[in-house]
Design a protein around this ligand. Structure first.
Ligand code: FAD
Length: 479
């Protein structure tokens, strides 16, 4: 059944929601990640006459909270309880397993709803654009993270971990997450919701040294202090820094603003200060190491003797022009090579167009918008990483999604959008999907998947063991 009641695989369990039948304004959100849920939350709160439907490509909700956030950061995932409350709201419906742009077009959604908010994130990778990038053993961080977090499309990645040194290109929090997962003691990871498959692979890993390389200097590092401190305190590891890369930093500390100042102090202390006795002993006993390397840009990924697998990376040595965040890395002409058997590129995500009818800026890789209103497309909005580009944490995404929802409410109430004409909402979309053989997953269906994952996790002493296969998710949802 579609429309006022949320559709479910077993019609027996369909819950009739009287409040939703009273809602005249129909809004849908495309994408069930933080942006989608926060947009829905604000719309439902600000507007008593709105029904919000969330269409999500995968059967399972929550986007990068499930597939991006590191498994050893469970506290970050607490936002899921707020999203769950939103999904249970009487005027909200979740339709998982609906790939917008393929199963239903944005134009069809615009016909059926007064407003459509695109919140489908940034699922593409930025590439380095250097030779050797496609060699075996080179992975975008997005895929590597997806692999250990159970993203169905990355479940077969099986990254080769039979080498001593891994190089991560990029120095943001994702790079630090990846470094930490590569070097964490297995007993620590065992307690998390990391997939058993990747846990088994990491238990066999030969990686003992991780170098995290950035094109600019210590004052431009994009990671934050929490993640850096976790590296500094990681059991059985020692830092392997190059003290000369921090020359002049003590002077710079006097003028830089606070969050960056604390981060720089921590780097300086780790790289330059002689460790206290206890720390010295800890470092001496460590079997693994990690280090930051600055002012280096990739020129070429080098193959080993078989011509297929990565054996090193050639880097251009840079100098900085300008100061602070706006400084630019300029090649000095000097080149150096780092030996490594694994390269992970953590140089950013990018949004992709999902429907030719939607304006898209290929340079910025976002949907061009003004306060979330898609330019030259009345009734079409965007929020989250699709709106801003892949920057910021969940709280940033929350704020920009609330702003978009505010624009929608403003347009619905000001008469900018004709909300007086009746729109069918999901009752118009359901038959289209039925005809195309697409069977959505309701939120209560997701809760069955959730239950099964928790059951499997409990059997292994973990919070959950994620289902890795979409077919298995659908089967579990249908039981
Ligand atoms: P997403 O989270 O990507 O959600 C987009 C959703 O849209 C997905 O569920 C996707 O399946 C769906 N979708 C895609 N295409 C379609 C389609 N065609 N039809 C329907 N649905 C579709 N922030 C923190 O605060 N703390 C952290 O620890 C943290 N860790 C992170 C780790 C990684 C590896 C990454 C990449 C990000 C991390 N972030 C973290 C940032 C945070 O995840 C983002 O701010 C946030 O997820 C962006 O939300 P979004 O909804 O725009 O995108």
């Amino acid at each position: 059944m579609w429309g006022p009641s949320c559709w479910s695989f077993s019609d027996v369990r369909v819950i009739t929601r009287s409040a939703s039948s009273a809602a005249h304004q129909k809004v849908c959100v495309v994408g069930g990640g933080p942006a989608g849920f926060y947009t829905a939350q604000h719309l439902l709160k600000a507007c008593q006459d709105v029904q919000v439907d969330i269409y999500e490509r995968l059967p399972v909700p929550f986007g990068l909270v499930r597939f991006g956030v590191a498994p050893d950061h469970p506290e970050v995932k607490n936002v899921i309880s707020t999203f769950t409350q939103t999904a249970h709201h009487a005027r909200c419906c979740y339709y998982g397993n609906v790939n917008v742009g393929t199963d239903v077009s944005v134009e069809e959604l615009r016909e059926a709803y007064h407003a459509v908010v695109l919140s489908y994130g940034a699922e593409g990778n930025r590439s380095m654009g250097v030779p050797g990038e496609d060699l075996e053993g080179v992975y975008p961080a997005k895929d590597f993270v997806g692999w250990y977090n159970g993203l169905p499309s990355n479940r077969e990645l099986n990254p080769g971990l039979d080498c001593e040194t891994a190089v991560i290109l990029g120095q943001g929090n994702v790079a630090l997450d990846v470094a930490r997962i590569l070097l964490s003691p297995i007993d620590e990871l065992k307690k998390t919701d990391i997939t058993q498959r990747s846990l088994d692979a990491l238990a066999q890993s030969q990686v003992r040294r991780v170098l995290i390389v950035g094109r600019r200097g210590p004052l431009q590092i994009a990671g934050t202090i929490k993640e850096l401190r976790e590296m500094v305190n990681l059991p059985d590891t020692k830092p392997e820094m190059v003290a000369s890369e921090f020359e002049g930093m003590a002077e710079a500390l006097k003028v830089i603003p606070r969050p960056r100042k604390r981060l720089t102090e921590l780097m300086l202390k780790t790289a330059v200060d002689p460790p206290a006795e206890k720390e010295r002993q800890r470092r001496q006993a460590a079997s693994r190491s990690w280090g930051l390397r600055f002012l280096r840009s990739p020129l070429e990924v080098l193959a080993g003797p078989d011509g297929a697998r990565v054996a090193g990376i050639r880097l251009a040595v840079n100098r900085l022009e300008g100061t602070g965040d706006g400084s630019v890395a300029v090649p000095t002409g000097e080149v150096e090579t780092m030996d490594c058997g694994l390269v992970i590129t953590s140089i950013g995500y990018k949004s992709l167009p999902i429907d030719p009818a939607v304006p898209f800026d290929p340079r910025k890789a976002i949907v061009p918008n003004s306060l979330g209103r898609v330019q030259q497309a009345a009734g079409l909005y965007c929020s989250g990483w699709l709106k801003t580009g892949p920057v910021g944490v969940i709280a940033t995404t929350m704020n920009n999604s609330f702003d978009t929802a505010h624009s929608v409410v403003e347009d619905l109430t000001s008469g900018c959008l004709d909300a007086t004409s009746a729109k069918p909402g999901s009752t118009g979309i359901g038959p289209l999907l039925d005809k195309r053989g697409v069977k959505p997953v309701s939120f209560s269906d997701w809760e069955k998947i959730n239950q099964e994952e928790r059951r499997r996790g409990a059997a292994q002493g973990k919070p959950r063991e994620k289902l890795l296969d979409v077919e298995e998710m659908l089967k579990t949802a249908r039981t």
